[in-house]
Design a protein around this ligand. Structure first.
Ligand code: SF4
Ligand code: SF4
Length: 433
């Protein structure tokens, strides 16, 4: 966002507070009418999307300066994008983009990121992953009986969380690819996608990660890169092209596996008699909508009232990946899908994103507990999603609450429907953990 656009945007917040709520027409109950985890937790306007825009304006005008208090408020936000979708229901602002830009500005002024986030950024610089795990053990999740093909045109980009913390997701993905007869390769030297760095506003370290990955991938003859992590997928699909174009296709596994099921290449023949509810990860849903290029003019009709000529496309989250995971679940015989109230672009965040899980773990956990309540209210026995980060945070909430709900990654349900023993996949993951 250039200086002119940033200035224009931060002046145009109407203080209407729509960004705190699911758009009225989508609200199904008072209990689940809110969209902003930061507002739910801290219950003060400053923490909302609009409140943070007022802070950005005050900071820009020099009315407030860098401080620990300011930093805490700005970083108590999962960058889930809920406010951005709701705002655009009536307005045309980009609260999420403003917040990202504001964080970058704070970092430049030495007022960010949070110390815990700085720690994991240093780990990425040193060992290519935010968990500070040895780079050499990145592929330890890979079972010996999985077939990879070093000449394949399909690359499975595993990501740090599935490689080190949610190995069962990496194993399940690889087993499904094998079962469908899709040859795939892994990167010899995979490095963090940079998402957890980018979201904190540390641009130079993010660009370093992005360039390492794109240099490594472009040195290979691949035409498709597949992701099982929503965060990696969103970063490659939406953020990388804003800085560097590439010429391969990106797909989340839910998109690929949905296609394979529709084409009859993946046959889900085993009945899975479970009632599930699906959590839309923000990075697979609303935030995975690409930016449409716009090269128009902003015409000022009167002070603070502008129109875009031609009309600027609104990025409202409707182009996120919503159907493929639901198609997969509906393809599994015996499985029943009970939807939560807040779904698709109006989904409620799991609470882990944008460095919140590291810097404010209690806020992350409480947000996941709110989502867990909503999942429980559907009467489902299984909470399913498609992101290792959501997986970790929602499972932490399940443990903390002692909930009867169980969590499965969607690929684990596919494995069950393929007739594979899911317990063995989990045991294998535990073995190499
Ligand atoms: S991005 Fe999410 S947590 Fe942050 S202000 Fe917007 S709705 Fe709230
Ligand atoms: S960010 Fe958008 S929805 Fe929120 S107060 Fe400002 S104009 Fe209203």
């Amino acid at each position: 966002m250039d200086e002119e656009e940033y200035e224009r945007m931060i002046q145009r917040c109407l203080r209407c507070s729509i960004c705190k709520w699911v758009p009225q027409i989508q609200v199904k109950s008072q209990k689940y009418a809110t969209i902003c985890p930061a507002m739910d937790e801290y219950n003060f306007h400053t923490y909302s999307g609009g409140g943070k825009i007022i802070l950005a304006l005050s900071y820009h005008l020099g009315r407030i300066g860098p401080s620990d208090e300011l930093r805490d408020i700005v970083y108590k936000c999962t960058e889930c994008g809920g406010c951005a979708v709701s705002c655009k229901f009536l307005n045309t602002l980009e609260p999420l983009e403003i917040m990202c830009e504001f964080r970058e500005r704070l970092v430049k002024d030495g007022c960010g990121p949070m110390p815990a986030q700085q720690k994991y950024i240093e780990a990425v610089k040193k060992v290519n992953n935010p968990y500070n795990e040895p780079h050499e053990s990145r592929k330890e999740w890979l079972p010996k009986d999985i077939q990879t093909d070093p000449n394949s045109k399909v690359l499975f980009y595993v990501g740090c969380t599935a490689s080190y913390r949610r190995k069962e997701m990496a194993i399940a993905t690889a087993r499904i690819l094998n079962a469908a007869g899709i040859k795939f390769r892994l990167l010899e030297d995979e490095t963090c996608c940079g998402s957890p760095i980018l979201r904190t506003g540390v641009k130079d370290a993010f660009l370093e990660s992005m360039n390492k990955n794109l240099d490594a991938i472009e040195a290979l003859d691949v035409d498709t890169v597949v992701f099982t992590c929503a965060g990696c997928y969103d970063t490659f699909k939406v953020d990388y092209p804003l800085h560097r174009k590439y010429n391969f296709e990106v797909k989340h596994t839910v998109e690929l596996f949905d296609e394979l099921i529709q084409d009859g290449k993946l046959k889900l023949t085993t009945e899975v008699p479970l009632t599930v509810t699906y959590h839309d990860p923000c990075h697979l849903g609303r935030n995975a909508e690409r930016y449409e290029e716009w090269d128009g003019d902003v015409v000022e009709l009167m002070p603070l009232v502008n129109i875009n000529i031609p009309k600027k496309p609104k990025r409202c989250g409707a182009e996120g990946v919503y159907d493929p995971p639901r198609n997969i679940l509906k393809s599994i015989s015996g499985l029943k899908l009970n939807e939560m109230e807040r779904i698709m672009e109006y989904s409620y965040c799991c609470g882990a994103g944008a460095g919140v899980k590291s810097a404010f773990p209690e806020f992350a956990l409480k947000t996941a507990q709110i989502r867990l309540d909503e999942a429980e209210d559907t009467g489902a026995e299984i909470l399913v999603s498609a992101c290792p980060f959501c997986s970790t945070n929602l499972q932490d909430a399940i443990k903390e609450k002692g909930s009867k709900l169980q969590f499965y990654d969607i690929n684990e349900l596919i494995l069950m429907a393929l007739g594979m023993d899911i317990k063995k996949v989990k045991e294998k993951a535990a073995e190499v953990a």
